[in-house]
Design a protein around this ligand. Structure first.
Ligand SMILES: Nc1nc2c(ncn2[C@@H]2O[C@H](COP(=O)(O)OP(=O)(O)OP(=O)(O)O)[C@@H](O)[C@H]2O)c(=O)[nH]1
Ligand SMILES: [Mg+2]
Length: 452
């Protein structure tokens, strides 16, 4: 590992209240001290740890910015190295100039996630926790944030530790049986223990599936012929005046997307251009985009207007196979019903709303959740945020445990039972970050932004 001193701007690029240049490494304090000027006599090199100092950053006699500098000495820091944070006035130019001065002073520009990577390599964070840091930063809903904070607190590693510990105990008993068959260890007694662990891992797997939804979110498209009220419905679902609404058919030309939290799940609602045959090239492109939006949706809201009889276009939509769950939304309940008595029910679920008046919107939201997560709303305790690699390993561990249970039930030898248990044990170890390869580490930290 390159353990020189690194620096980066840790706040978002742009104008803000403050901009922070962060340094970590053996020369962090030295470099900052060389640039720091204050009316006090003490140098930053001599100040106590975890203290804040007011002054200026200057190169030779040219002042770059007025700053507050915090000095934190190893090991009680994020990276376990010496850390200095220079709080600048928020402008882009000033913050960049301070960073340039720090780099000229001997620091190297940090790579993505390098601060957190050092925290991991120096034993301050487990790999699991380092990943949780990323989830905290990228949380899209309050629930996502809570789940990430729980992971940071060690919820996943504790669960893994229990599983791995349980496996080690069973394996130890089986080894005795293998080595000393005469001792006659009760194989039957091992089976319920394997089953209990197997169930435990299945729960982790189910929780990670809910976690996947929380992390990645869901996409819902609102489709229908022109003028049925799609944009009005988008605005009602978002409780915000997001899309343009007019009485003119063909108002929405491009897809309009906005994210909202639905029961803690980040949901991206896509309002689309009304589906119809058209010769207008702009509208035609809009219709093509609608089709692409449908393709990447987890659910489709298929809208009709009840104040007019169904048109051919409506019927075509209603007869369509969406390939994903769909809900028929009958809009404009505030107007008289002119839909002839067609069997709208078919197989498709129905919700009646007045998007304009906000009537029936809550019921629609419930119907959506019912379709997407079976009404089982994810809660803080029911979600585990894992990435695809981790979910895959958990799936494999679950599979090995199931096989071990079957082998034991079939009365096979302790040797054969132990084989599958060993696989599960190794998999759990891999998940705990024991023996992770450099390439996996790089992949993890490359997802971070520079300065984190
Ligand atoms: N009375 C009543 N009018 C509605 C309702 N929802 C939408 N409208 C009206 O219907 C017209 C069309 O609404 P939009 O939301 O623009 O319809 P759209 O489906 O997005 O139309 P395009 O973008 O052209 O495809 C507007 O005049 C809305 O005010 C409703 O629930 N009740
Ligand atoms: Mg519209």
């Amino acid at each position: 590992m390159d353990d020189g001193t690194i620096a980066a701007i840790s706040t978002p690029i742009g104008e803000g209240g403050i901009g922070i240049v962060r340094l970590t490494g053996p020369d962090a304090i030295d470099i900052a001290a060389g640039l720091f000027r204050s009316t006090r006599a003490t140098s930053l090199r001599a100040v106590p740890t975890h203290t804040l100092h007011y002054g200026r950053i200057a190169v030779e006699d040219r002042t770059i910015d007025e700053v507050l500098v915090s000095v934190m000495r190893a090991p009680r820091t994020y990276t376990r190295e010496d850390v200095v944070e220079i709080n600048c006035h928020g402008g882009v130019v000033a913050t960049r100039a301070v960073l340039d001065a720090v780099l000229a002073g001997g620091a190297r520009l940090a790579e993505r996630g390098e601060f957190t990577k050092r925290a991991f390599l120096n034993g301050r964070l487990s790999l699991d926790q380092a990943k949780a840091v990323l989830d905290v930063v990228q949380a899209r809903t309050v629930l996502g944030l809570e789940a990430a904070v729980d992971r940071l607190g060690g919820r996943f590693s504790t669960a893994l530790e229990e599983v791995r510990g349980g496996l080690a105990e069973i394996l130890a008993d089986l080894e005795v049986e293998i080595d000393y068959p005469d001792l006659d260890v009760e194989i039957e007694a091992v089976l319920p223990r394997i089953d209990a662990l197997s169930q435990r891992v299945d729960v982790i797997l189910a929780q990670s599936e809910q976690g996947r939804i929380i992390r990645e979110g869901l996409t819902i498209s609102i489709v229908g012929r022109p003028n049925v009220g799609k944009s009005t419905l988008l605005n009602a679902l978002l409780a915000e005046d997001r899309a343009i609404v007019t009485p003119i058919p063909g108002t929405t030309r491009d897809t309009v997307e906005e994210e909202a939290s639905l029961g803690g799940i980040p949901v991206r609602f896509v309002d689309t251009a009304g589906l119809r045959e058209t010769i207008d090239p702009v509208e035609a492109e809009g219709v093509a985009r609608t089709e692409r939006a449908i393709d990447r949706s987890d659910l489709v809201l298929c809208l009709v207007d009840r104040s007019e009889p169904l048109t051919e276009e409506d019927r075509a939509l209603l007869g369509r196979d969406w390939g994903v769950p769909a809900i028929l939304v009958v809009n404009k309940t505030d107007l008289p019903n002119r839909l002839e008595d067609v069997s709208l029910d078919a197989q498709i679920e129905r919700a009646d709303v007045s998007a304009m008046e906000g009537e029936g919107i809550e019921e629609l939201q419930e119907a959506i959740l019912q379709r997407l997560v079976g009404g089982e709303l994810p809660t803080r305790n029911s979600v585990l945020l894992l990435d695809a690699w981790e979910r895959d390993l958990i799936r494999r561990a679950a599979e090995s445990l199931r096989r071990a249970g079957e082998t034991a039930r079939a009365g096979h030898s302790p040797d054969m039972i132990a084989e599958d248990l060993r696989i599960a044990y190794r998999t759990a170890g891999e998940l705990q970050g024991i023996d992770v390869s450099e390439s996996i580490l790089d992949a993890v930290f490359a997802k971070f932004c520079v300065g984190k």
